[in-house]
Design a binder for this molecule. Sequence first.
Ligand code: INI
Length: 164
Amino acid sequence: MNVYEGSLVATGLRFAVVVARFNSLVTEQLLAGAVDALRRHGADEAAIDVYRCPGTFELPALLKRAAASGRYDGVLALGAVIRGGTPHFEYVAAEATKGVGVVSLEAGCAIAMGILTCDTMEQALERAGVKAGNKGAEAAVAAIEQANVFKAAAGAVRPGKRSE
Ligand code: INI
């Protein structure tokens, strides 16, 4: 049996973190959590690039460009969509999650989604490092694992082609 899986070691890997400015009280905490996790898992500070876009709606388009640059092993999308009194929340959240999914399938590198969709600012802050973890950090760890399993899968030996 051959099992291919990714380690959580980020040493030698390059990352882009794409972060929305909208609800920056929350998204800056997601960014801090993501960068902290990447560094604690071994990524070099110089190997982390940060890109900012206006809102979560704009995340997928910038994510796509960062991924297509070929410079990164993993690219993270960080945003916070918080329900207001209008249906705008639904449209932004739906387009962003769909867009990140499309980019993920087309990209040649690992894509991780750290987009909060919450009813209240309080819920969002809780998920940005206050008392329910930090979804930016979780996205970073997912990106590391996925980038490493991509490498493992790329190096997989075809059946019948074993060298020993
Ligand atoms: N952008 C967010 O990142 N979060 C939100 O909660 C949000 N809401 O609810 O309006 C939001 N809107 C802005 C949107 O992402 C675009 O930047 C804007 O529509 C311009 O294209």
